[in-house]
Design a protein around this ligand. Structure first.
Ligand code: HPA
Ligand code: ZN
Length: 340
């Protein structure tokens, strides 16, 4: 599937972006039940909420037994994102997952960086890394993620974020971690307003001051919060299929995306975990055309927003925006709503 515009996806997670063939190879090597595709597909179809999703995520993590496994997977991910027609990606990597598996987290991160570069040299897309802390593991674990960054100093690490169970450790506990991440020169994002409500999102904005937010769809129930996001030009990196799969939205047709866009909130679209949600970035964009009736103007805006909110240099961002400005898709209807 080739998207109409060049796209960046900066809301992807490493384990959740594994091609299913790589899952099988790693599964056979590790003697893991997901060597059998049917076993994996059965587990995937049992996801219905945050708890079952996080449990599946945890089940996949032990497939990695060495830094080299991470490097091999990184190359496979960069190649599969390229074949989906993506142009650029920022991918969450959780060094604390590797550490909990008894592996050297710095060595695993260096291998991921090497795997991405190797695949790019062979024609895959450019992938940068977002370091991810797992909320339920607390602020000490998040500090260790930044320790790994200080130790490795990889240029491909462009940002820091917080994922995992939004309803676990309170946001205030991470304020110091975010300040340190910024002092280290990292841009920041945070998973908020996904499984938590508007208070959780407001706290994340107030206490962590992120450059962008992953999901953030809870804002759609609060006109003042939408106005704030629009005024502050904070991008919500939204993943519609993920939101349906984890039960926070009933169906794609009921997704609050049109409400957020109509309120002037800046939105970009990401696949989140293509492996777990059986989707891709291009497919997420196509769903919006097919099932929400989004027109050309909105699709172009979503593509532009993906470049505006990516943690790239301003010259690279402007180059990509100019490319889209010079791209003339077939003329569509001209209405001032998302269908235009
Ligand atoms: N939310 C929280 N944790 C996650 C996600 C997500 O979307 N994807 C992978 N881990
Ligand atoms: Zn996510």
């Amino acid at each position: 599937m080739t998207p109409a515009y060049r796209l960046a996806d900066c809301h992807l997670h490493f384990e959740g972006s594994l091609p299913v063939e790589t899952l099988e190879v790693l599964g056979r090597r590790a003697g893991h039940r997901f060597a059998d595709r049917t076993a994996f597909e059965d587990a995937r179809s049992a996801v219905r909420d945050a708890k079952t999703f996080l449990s599946l995520y945890a089940d996949v993590c032990p497939l990695f037994e060495s830094p080299a496994d991470y490097g091999e997977a990184a190359s496979a991910i960069a190649r599969s994102l390229a074949s989906d027609g993506l142009t650029y990606a920022e991918i969450y990597v959780s060094p604390e997952i590797a550490a909990r598996l008894g592996l050297d987290a710095s060595a695993c991160l260096r291998e991921i960086d090497r795997g991405f570069r190797e695949a790019e040299a062979e024609g895959a897309i450019h992938c940068n890394i977002l370091l991810d802390a797992v909320r339920q593991w607390g602020p000490e674990s998040a500090e260790r993620v930044l320790d790994v960054h200080e130790k490795t100093g990889l240029a491909s690490v462009v940002g820091f974020g917080l994922g995992g169970d939004e309803t676990s450790v309170p946001t205030a506990a991470f304020a110091g971690v975010y300040a340190r991440a910024r002092a280290l020169g990292l841009r920041t994002s945070v998973h908020a307003g996904e499984w938590g409500g508007t208070e959780s999102l407001t706290e994340a904005l107030d206490l962590l001051r992120p450059d962008r937010v992953d999901h953030g769809i809870a804002a759609a129930s609060d006109p003042e919060l939408m106005e704030r996001l629009a005024d502050e030009a904070t991008t919500l990196w939204i993943s519609p299929t993920s939101n349906v799969a984890t039960g926070v939205v009933g169906s794609i047709e009921e997704h609050p995306l049109p409400r957020l866009l109509d309120a002037g909130v800046r939105v970009a679209i990401g696949a989140d975990d293509p492996l777990f949600f059986a989707t891709t970035t291009a497919r997420e964009h196509q769903l919006l055309r097919d099932q929400l009736g989004f027109g050309e103007r909105t699709m172009r805006q979503l593509a532009e927003n993906s470049w505006r909110a990516a943690f790239l240099s301003s010259s690279e961002r402007d180059r990509r925006l100019a490319e889209i400005a010079g791209h003339h898709p077939p003329r569509g209807r001209t209405q001032p709503s998302v269908s235009s």
